[in-house]
Write a protein that binds this ligand. Structure first.
Ligand code: ADP
Ligand code: MG
Ligand code: MG
Length: 880
């Protein structure tokens, strides 16, 4: 009954129902809150009668009396919305004490110090929360704290606990004076006045600014309201036979099935959280209070059997008697989420469908990243933080150029490439480095994109880091490092450390690389188990975006069923190729261009051969040349001079051609199929390389099946595709005839311009498949540059104009609708047209779920995201 009772109230009732020791109490429902808000802060008629009846029941259950002078019943008043909501009212403890009943309590317990401690806590909480005695300047001390600090100074004591009963009586007097001075009102002595004051404050807090803002942010309806839990107090602060604590039924950090938590002897609940004293680990309770520890351990098992999930609970021990105060599903790390789900299936607490649905898809990736050796991290010095862009941990020597990274890594020295920003020219250096650190650029910058694609550790946009290429220095705050110094970066958190911190590759990767036996790795077994379950339920195919045999192999090991996007341009940077590429681009006529292309052909053919072998018959989607040509050109004088020498022309000619190729807006310029249309010989060379490679593997001694899908980028007009497809088909027949083989292949297009989605019906006449290029489709639909939107996107998120970064999670209403339109219209022409997506969104769980609903055949994502996509796809299927 979470909706009516709130999360806390429902679970308290549930615990009581299954026989756990919960202090008696009752819940005023969320409906009353709604009434209260709608009716000028009044209560529904009849409520007072019910409240008083409930109190009488509690009196019977506890043998105490509310407001009694001899044996007073004290109450805790706790708010509790449907979902836990920070920003709501704090709990008020010890309600029901006044100047008279406190004396009764002191006498009854024979513990004056305890009684007056309860009373001063009550005045403090009630005064703060209900009567508003609080500072409104965060730099000022809280008024009650100030009074307390002054008294402690006068009494020359350090800890609150060192104040005597007499001291506390003095403190109470001063607290009351403070309340009077602050509010002009006297502190209420009447216990029902106290009770209604507290209940009204809880309901009132539903409408405070903090709570409203929180609800807006998380889309919580205002009409939900909060419940109020009124509960008999139990006392963890009654001496050394009493304690209070918080615990988890399993370790929330690694998921291990151990009792995990902490407690304080002789304390009330808020002391544990407030950090006034340092709590002890729960294991120690077995020595200090063996009976309670045993009881708690039994409770722990019962909670899991009932709630069927890991629980986070609060308890109090009053004079050796255990009470349960709260339970809820515990927050956990990704690793713990996986482990707990797996083990709960083994324990038959849940079935594998529940396990698959429950693990946040993202968390599977935490099983795959290298990690810092936690023992080493303690001594490391954190110097700054950036955006976590490529998860995992990396350590190495600082280098400031890609060339230097290659140089030292060739010698077996680990490098961290530190750049203000990266560009395609840095690619080889990025591959050679352990990790990448940039001081500018967001999570979709080149550095971040490549890092994700390659599964590289990356921290980007670390604004606090100043990189000076000329001096070869990197500073952050008062840390000054230079080239060759060690640095360590954590791409999971964004933390940057000076010095060397040891790392270890994930066990899953070690197993997949054959370096560790599966039986030796529990992490790997869990990974495999979850993935098998996921594959059983998912409908979406999962492919990968990969350009090299190594990447593809890793992706296949992680479960990729094909390549959804092979970017051919990455193939043009290595070794001599870049020179031929540049020669091709700088050619002033077709003859020169063909000569350069002829030299590139064998390289491309070799690359594709490797890729086809690695994929062993799985479909491989190859995208023809896409980026604006200037990305390949030399931008500094030295490289231009070198190139001039290689090509045997003057540096001036190079500079002139580079200038001629300059574009104001390359993203919308001469790129994509526009290149292949201007220079059909480029398309021809690429198609030839693909088909000849296919022929090679088909005719090899041990023939390997091959299925290329050639993809034309940036098509907006039917004719564009037609022109390119004609070239491809012609080359295909030429190669097949020359080699005497039959090659199965398909020709299709990217849908990455709104016009293409809208004209999909026509385009599908030529295209045998569509792959939605949601990166460009987002850029062109929103008219927003992915690389420049960092300046205003954070504001847009704050203002709720766009709830999420549209380059990370697909804008369903806009870009998403175009995807749906494209899919529908494509299918209208070609019923069985194959539909996929290959943007960054292919690895984003929320987007994957959308693509499932849109009815696509597969998503394609970077290799390390493949398991995430498999899990998200299974969740989508189970949800629907
Ligand atoms: P939160 O939602 O912030 O955790 P709670 O309502 O759980 O707030 O109350 C905070 C703390 O107050 C609890 O952890 C517990 O230690 C203490 N507390 C709440 N109710 C009682 C009670 N009936 N007896 C003793 N302590 C209580
Ligand atoms: Mg709590
Ligand atoms: Mg594109």
């Amino acid at each position: 009954m979470r909706e009516l009772l709130g999360g806390k109230g429902a679970n308290l009732a549930e615990m009581a129902r299954i026989g756990l020791p919960v202090p008696p109490g009752f819940t005023i429902t969320t409906d009353v809150c709604t009434y209260f808000t709608a009716n000028k802060k009044s209560f529904p008629s009849g409520m007072d009668k019910q409240v008083r009846q409930a109190v009488v029941t509690m009196e019977k259950q506890t043998g105490k009396k509310f407001g009694d002078l001899k044996n007073p019943l004290l109450l805790s008043i706790r708010s509790g919305a449907r979902d836990s909501m920070p920003g709501m009212m704090d709990t008020i403890l010890n309600l029901g004490l006044n100047d008279n009943s406190v004396k009764g309590l002191a006498e009854l317990t024979g513990n004056a110090r305890f009684a007056y401690d309860c009373y001063r806590r009550f005045i403090q909480m009630y005064g703060d929360v209900v009567m508003g005695v609080q500072s409104h300047d965060e730099h000022e001390e809280e008024p009650f704290e100030e009074v307390m600090a002054k008294l402690k100074k006068e009494r020359k004591v350090v800890e609150d606990n060192d104040l005597t009963a007499e001291d506390l009586q003095e403190l109470i007097k001063r607290y009351k004076t403070l309340v009077k001075k602050f509010t002009g009102k006297t502190f209420p002595e009447d216990v029902y006045e106290q009770l209604y004051g507290a209940v009204s404050a809880v309901f009132g807090s539903w409408d405070n600014e903090r709570a409203i803002i929180y609800r807006q942010k998380y889309n919580i309806p205002h009409e939900w309201g909060t419940a109020v839990n009124v509960q008999a107090m139990v006392f963890g602060n009654m001496g050394d036979t009493s304690a209070t604590g918080v615990a988890f039924t399993r370790d929330p950090a690694n998921g291990e099935k151990v009792f995990y938590g902490e407690y304080l002897i002789n304390a009330q609940g808020e002391d544990v959280v407030a950090g006034v004293r340092t709590p002890k680990p729960i294991a120690q309770l077995a020595d200090e209070m063996p009976k309670s520890h045993k009881e708690l351990d039994a409770v722990r098992k019962k909670l899991e059997r009932h709630f069927k999930d890991m629980q986070d609970f609060e308890f109090t021990i009053e004079d050796n008697k255990l009470y349960m105060l709260q339970t809820r599903n515990g927050k956990r790390t990704g690793l713990a989420a996986v482990r707990i789900a797996c083990e709960m299936v083994n324990e038959k607490l849940i079935n594998n469908k529940t396990a698959v649905s429950r693990i946040p898809a993202e968390s599977i990736s935490s099983l795959l990243v290298p990690v810092f050796d936690t023992t080493k991290l303690k001594n490391a010095k954190k110097i700054s933080t950036g955006l976590p862009a490529g998860p995992g941990a990396a350590t190495g020597k600082i280098v400031f150029s890609a060339a230097r990274a290659e140089e030292i890594s060739a010698k077996g020295i680990k490098a961290i490439l530190c750049r203000v920003e990266t560009s395609p020219e840095d690619l080889r250096g990025m591959i050679a480095s352990e990790g990448i650190l940039t001081s500018r650029g967001g999570v979709s910058s080149h550095a971040a994109l490549v890092a994700r694609q390659m599964g590289k550790v990356c921290v980007c946009g670390a604004n606090g880091v100043v990189i000076n290429y000329a001096r070869k220095t990197l500073s952050a705050g008062n840390a000054h490092l230079k080239e060759g110094d060690y640095i360590s970066i954590d791409g999971t958190t964004g933390d940057i450390f000076a010095g060397q911190v040891d790392t270890a590759p994930s066990e899953v990767n070690q197993v997949l690389a054959g370096k560790l036996k599966p039986a030796k790795s529990y992490t790997y077994q869990m990974f495999e188990t979850i993935m098998q379950w996921a594959d059983k339920y998912r409908k979406l195919g999962v492919r990968t975006n990969a350009d090299t045999p190594e990447q593809s192999q890793m992706a296949v090991a992680l479960g990729a069923e094909g390549i959804g996007l092979c970017r051919t341009e990455h193939m043009f940077f290595e070794g001599d190729r870049i020179n031929y590429m540049r020669q091709m681009i700088l050619a002033t006529n077709t003859k020169e261009r063909k000569a350069a292309l002829k030299k590139l052909l064998p390289y491309q053919r070799k690359d594709f051969t490797g890729l086809f072998k690695a994929m062993a018959g799985r479909p491989v989607t190859v995208r023809l040349l896409d980026p604006p040509l200037h990305e390949f050109l030399p931008h500094d004088d030295a490289t231009r001079r070198d190139l001039a020498e290689v090509l045997g022309v003057s540096p001036e000619i190079i500079s002139e051609r580079v200038k001629a190729l300059h574009e104001e807006n390359p993203m919308l310029g001469h790129r994509g199929c526009r290149l292949g249309i201007s220079y059909p010989e480029v398309t021809e060379m690429q198609a030839r390389a693909i088909f000849e490679a296919a022929a090679t593997v088909l005719k090899a001694k041990k023939p390997i099946d091959v299925f290329p899908e050639i993809m034309v980028p940036l098509v907006g007009f039917e004719k564009e595709l037609k022109l390119q497809v004609d070239v491809i088909h012609r080359v295909a027949s030429e190669v097949m005839e020359a080699k005497g083989v039959k090659i199965k292949y398909m020709v299709g297009t990217m849908i990455e311009i709104p016009r293409a989605a809208i004209r999909a019906e026509k385009i599908a006449e030529t295209a045998e498949f569509f792959s939605f290029g949601t990166n460009d489709l987002t850029q062109t639909t929103l008219g927003m540059s992915r690389d420049d939107s960092g300046t205003f996107l954070p504001l847009y998120k704050d203002l709720d104009i766009i709830p999420q970064n549209p380059f990370a999670t697909i804008d369903q209403a806009g870009v998403g609708e175009l995807v749906q339109i494209g899919a529908e219209r494509g299918r209208a022409t070609r019923k069985n047209i194959k539909l996929g997506i290959c943007g960054e969104h292919g690895g984003d769980p929320t987007s994957v779920k959308f693509f499932h609903k849109a009815g696509l055949n597969y998503v394609s994502c970077s290799p390390p995201r493949v398991p995430v996509a498999r899990l998200a796809a299974a969740q989508a299927a189970l949800e629907s």
